[in-house]
Ligand binder design. Structure first.
Ligand code: PHE
Ligand code: FE
Length: 289
């Protein structure tokens, strides 16, 4: 993810595009063990929960291999399978830098890993979230194109001053998206697949609403960054997501959205396609973005 408020350039030691070396040799045994623990926990949970594209990607990239993956090694497969690469960055990067990377099929990833006593708690995305969560989906050709298109769309939204709306699309698809399949709902969002608790909550909990994906609706819906979601949006196929977003010119949409009020997170609005009407029993008090 990206962050606002960087008037300055990259930190010392980083390149002009904010990338750094992963410095894979510098990881210690304890850090590798955190990866292994998280990996095994999630893999055990995700069969029958994550979508096939994610599970196939995970297999194809063989992200287990005894610890935190070496980006150089991952990139050999990722480049061949999808024309994408992972690049290490020092943490959150400015929006423009983030979009520029995506538009060039580079996924910026943190290189640090959370400490063992905080397996479930994350303030900033770490290498487990970024690589385990995001990278498997990049091996899916349709999703790979979606991410690149999103990067280009991000640069445009920045110019048009509507990033607030476009960021919600990222949130409710790339981070917290659900997919309809003949076997039932499946997860494709990186924020869900990299979280033990939300991998269960997103599919099974009676609390959140689950609504059919609608582009304009999503861009009017704020989100919480500090707790489980109160609403998930379900795409019928990844191809639909790619088609709807690439075939829609967002400029007139942004103009409309500038006038339209936000829809409160837990609300069901007229025209919503309701898959699950949530009880909203689990509601956090956090601020919405
Ligand atoms: N079609 C969008 C635009 O006109 C760009 C975009 C594509 C945004 C895919 C997000 C995802 O701005
Ligand atoms: Fe993320």
């Amino acid at each position: 993810m990206s962050a606002d408020g960087f008037a300055h350039g990259p930190p010392p030691g980083a390149r002009a595009n904010w990338t750094i070396d992963q410095a894979w040799d510098a990881y210690g045994a304890a850090e590798h063990q955190v990866w292994i623990t998280l990996y095994e926990r999630q893999v055990a949970l995700l069969s029958g929960r994550a979508c096939d594209a994610f599970l196939h990607g995970l297999d194809a990239l063989d992200l287990h291999r005894g610890g935190i993956p070496d980006f150089t090694r991952v990139n050999e497969d990722l480049r061949r399978l999808a024309g994408w690469t992972v690049v290490a960055v020092p943490g959150l990067v400015p929006d423009e830098v983030f979009f520029e990377h995506l538009a060039n099929r580079r996924f910026p990833a943190g290189r640090f890993i959370r400490p063992f006593d905080q397996l479930d708690y994350l303030q900033e995305p770490d290498v487990f979230h970024d690589v385990f969560g995001h990278v498997p989906m990049l091996t899916d050709p349709v999703f790979a194109d979606y991410m690149q298109a999103y990067g280009k769309g991000g640069l445009r939204a920045l110019r048009l001053g509507r990033l607030r709306n476009l960021a919600r699309l990222y949130w409710y698809t790339v981070e917290f998206g659900l997919l309809q399949t003949p076997a039932g709902l499946r997860i494709y969002g990186a924020g869900i697949v990299s979280s033990r608790a939300e991998s269960i909550f997103a599919l099974d909990d009676p609390s959140p609403n689950r609504l059919g994906f609608d582009l304009e609706r999503v861009m009017r819906t704020p989100y919480r960054i500090d707790d489980f979601q109160q609403v998930y949006f379900v795409v019928p196929t990844l191809q639909t997501l790619l088609d709807v977003t690439t075939h829609t010119d967002f400029a007139p949409l942004y103009a409309r959205l500038a006038e339209a009020p936000d829809i409160p997170i837990a609300e069901i609005a007229p025209g919503d396609c309701v898959l699950t009407r949530g009880a909203q029993a689990y509601a956090s008090g956090g601020a919405a973005q």
